[in-house]
Design a protein. Structure first.
Length: 154
């Protein structure tokens, strides 16, 4: 956790770890990967819902995701004609929530799904389809594709 709501603290080491993994990992992948790609190729980065919808307990993750989204849009200009896009997933049923108790996880997914316009939680397949779309559709660059079931709208 990067923000302890009970104590109103932001552990700097946790924040650095998030930036190191989520931002710098993608930055270096683009930096070293781009020269090896076909100029008509594509790079897809990953942001997330908290870049576009503020959520309690996620200020650092929101900042990292916003930074990744901007990185993708800026790289689309700098690396053109290579295309660079960003997928911003919403709440996706993945092992990332395996640390939650089963009952809590199920309640979280159910309550979130009930609020979403699509009335369900996303799957890894939903995110994969978004990535495949961005890779194959050659007239899209600098886009943030929200694969979030409409979460940012509520």
């Amino acid at each position: 956790m990067c923000y302890d709501r009970q104590k109103h603290r932001f552990p700097a080491d946790a924040a650095r770890g998030l930036f190191e993994n989520k931002f710098w990992g993608q930055y270096y992948a683009a930096k070293y990967g781009a020269p090896k790609l076909n100029p008509q190729g594509s790079i897809t980065l990953f942001s997330g819902i908290v870049a576009f919808k503020s959520m309690p307990g996620s200020p650092v993750l929101g900042a990292v995701n916003t930074t990744v989204a901007n990185l993708g849009q800026t790289l689309a200009l700098e690396l053109a004609p290579l295309r660079v896009n960003v997928v911003s997933p919403g709440i996706i049923a993945t092992p990332s929530r395996a640390g939650m108790a089963e009952a809590a996880r199920s309640a979280f997914y159910s309550s979130t799904a009930a609020k979403l316009p699509v009335q369900r939680i996303g799957t890894a397949e939903d995110v994969a389809e978004a990535v495949l779309y961005l890779i194959h559709y050659g007239f899209v660059t600098g886009t943030v594709l929200h694969a979030d079931g409409g979460h940012r709208l509520i």
